[in-house]
Design a protein around this ligand. Structure first.
Ligand code: 9PG
Length: 536
């Protein structure tokens, strides 16, 4: 590591000048010739769920499956790019251990490695990033990234809320099977557990795009917020404001607000809830007005905490009402949302990372957790590391903790329950430790599912504020304990030739939509059944 200095790298850029901690490069395309071919690359995923990790340059990442989910899980523009590459920044480790970071200081930029050439380019030309600035640094990873975070904060801003709220969230026990009386029962059973926010997740709305309470919430969302607030907690609500499904009224009434491609076809934003997803064009004045009104409406209902999900849809490639780079367009929309939410706490999810900085209080920095650690199907056949699973969540989250000076890094919920859970005690405690490190604490555990001792542990976890310090790459001291995550976040062994062969068959040949529709139905039924056996 000591061996590598900046003058061993040959730089091609419009301008290169010394700055504190490294070099400031300028230009829409910059190129670095490294003294050797790197052994590891730091992939930087586009949004919350997208894989972010140091991976050996000899690890062959196949195109992840299913491709119908690309627009929803990763940057679809680079889904089939097999070079080590990533959004905004990339870092490499050279054979001697030296680390080089090339990080954009603006939006709409990408970095890729070709042999010993590390290249960065700005997709939108100079429109949203007039000077196209890049930070180039070598040395200790923690130090470099802390400087990078500082530079991003100067340009994009940072969240201003000091203490992250402790949240009870409905998703990871109930999925969309939520209803009013059950929410009230849980609210009551939380009793003296120190949660600051009671957050209602997916399942309250008429549909994705029609953000009104459905029949399962007869007192309306304001009725529920009133009951939540009466317990001294803030009310939180989940929405996916930048996507719509074809079964919604918004889709039928406002086709012109949706993102189209240059031949006039609607751009796919993925597939979920058994339906095709489409994206809102956040440069369309009608859509922006609607977004602002929606945010004001939930504030009026009494919600002071918003979890806004599936946000990357706003930055998908397409032809917009106003011609501007896609991430600038997203940020434009997020600004309108932020302003309309006023002083509500904003958690962004499935959100492009850099374009969300300065406009949110918290950012989900990994994929969803789940009640399983990992899955052979996702790891080997699908090679999809953006899907729910504890190992995927730990891995990506741990690689994004350098963002902590800019926003609250949300590692997703932790589990204390044994009931309805396949995680081991060790896996649960790793998740709890990570939440303590982030100081962003949430759970979906149903109070009546917890044993007395689990409830006591959850209570203590929520109250505790131990000293945390970083002591290694992914190792921390928490109070007087040490935890090293490295052995739990490794990439799975590369699949064998047969798996690779099957995994490379174009998935357009399979009736994926039908399959996903069936899976969605089956999933819903199994949760309903589970809730009959395990009432809240
Ligand atoms: C509600 C959920 C929860 C959760 C969010 C998001 O298909 N997928 O890969 C996929 C991954 C995660 C996901 C949905 C779909 O979950 O992260 O906390 O709010 O939506 O629907």
């Amino acid at each position: 590591m000591e061996g590598l200095s900046l003058n061993q790298i040959s730089v091609t850029a419009e301008k290169s000048e010394k700055m504190e901690g490294g070099l400031l490069l300028t230009g829409p395309r910059v190129k670095l010739e490294l003294p050797a071919v790197p052994i590891r690359y730091l992939y930087s995923g586009w949004h919350s769920w997208s894989l972010t990790a140091w991976i050996g340059t000899d690890y062959n990442l196949r195109t992840q499956r299913p491709s119908i989910l690309h627009p929803m899980q990763i940057d679809p523009l680079y889904a089939r790019d097999h070079r080590p590459n990533g959004s905004w920044y990339g870092a490499v480790e050279l054979p001697g251990g030296g680390i080089v970071l090339l990080g954009s200081l603006g939006l709409d930029s990408h970095v890729a490695l070709n042999g010993n050439i590390l290249e960065g380019w700005n997709e939108g030309g100079q429109l949203d990033n007039p000077s196209c600035e890049w930070f180039l640094a070598t040395g200790d990873e923690t130090g470099i990234f802390s400087r990078y975070a500082g530079l991003l904060g100067e340009r994009l801003g940072k969240g201003h809320i000091q203490k992250p709220p402790r949240v009870w969230c409905s998703w990871y026990s109930l999925n969309t099977e939520i209803h009013e009386s059950q929410m009230l029962k849980i609210l009551n059973d939380l009793g003296d557990l120190p949660f600051d926010v009671f957050q209602v997740d997916d399942g309250w709305q008429v549909s994705i795009g029609d953000w009104e309470p459905n029949a399962k919430f007869p007192s309306g969302m304001s009725g529920l917020a009133t009951r939540i607030r009466a317990t001294g907690r803030k009310a939180g609500l989940w929405l996916a404001p930048l996507i719509v499904v074809p079964s919604s009224n918004t889709y039928h009434q406002h086709r012109d607000w949706l993102l189209h491609d240059k031949s006039g076809r609607l751009v796919s934003a993925g597939f979920n809830w058994g339906e095709q997803l489409y994206a809102l064009d956040t440069t369309h004045p009608g859509a922006l007005e609607w977004l602002a009104a929606l945010m004001k409406k939930i504030r009026l209902w009494g919600y002071d905490y918003a979890k806004l999900d599936f946000l990357s849809a706003g930055a998908l490639p397409g032809k917009r009402h106003m011609d501007m780079p896609r991430e600038a367009a997203y940020r434009n929309g997020l600004k309108v949302i932020r302003t309309a939410l006023d002083d509500a706490y904003l958690l962004t999810c499935a959100a492009p990372i850099l374009p969300s900085i300065g406009l949110c209080d918290a950012l989900r920095v990994g994929p969803d957790v789940a009640s399983h650690f990992t899955s052979q199907l996702d790891d080997s056949l699908l090679m999809n590391f953006s899907v729910p699973g504890v190992r995927n969540a730990l891995r990506t989250t741990l690689h994004r903790l350098w963002l902590a000076p800019l926003l609250h890094t949300d590692p997703d919920v932790v589990y204390f329950r044994t009931r309805q859970n396949n995680l081991t005690a060790e896996q649960k405690s790793l998740m709890q430790d990570l939440a303590t490190i982030c100081n962003v604490k949430a759970t979906s555990d149903i109070p009546s599912w917890l044993t007395d001792s689990e409830r006591t542990l959850l209570h203590a976890f929520l109250e505790a504020a131990p000293r945390v310090s970083k002591i290694g790459h992914v190792a921390y001291r928490i109070g007087d304990r040490q935890v090293d995550f490295s052995q739990f976040i490794t990439m799975p062994p590369l699949p064998g030739p047969l798996t690779n062969l099957v995994g490379a068959i174009p998935d357009s040949l399979a009736p994926i939509k039908l399959l996903m529709k069936i899976l969605d139905k089956l999933g819903k039924n199994s949760i309903k059944h589970m809730l009959e056996e395990n009432p809240v």
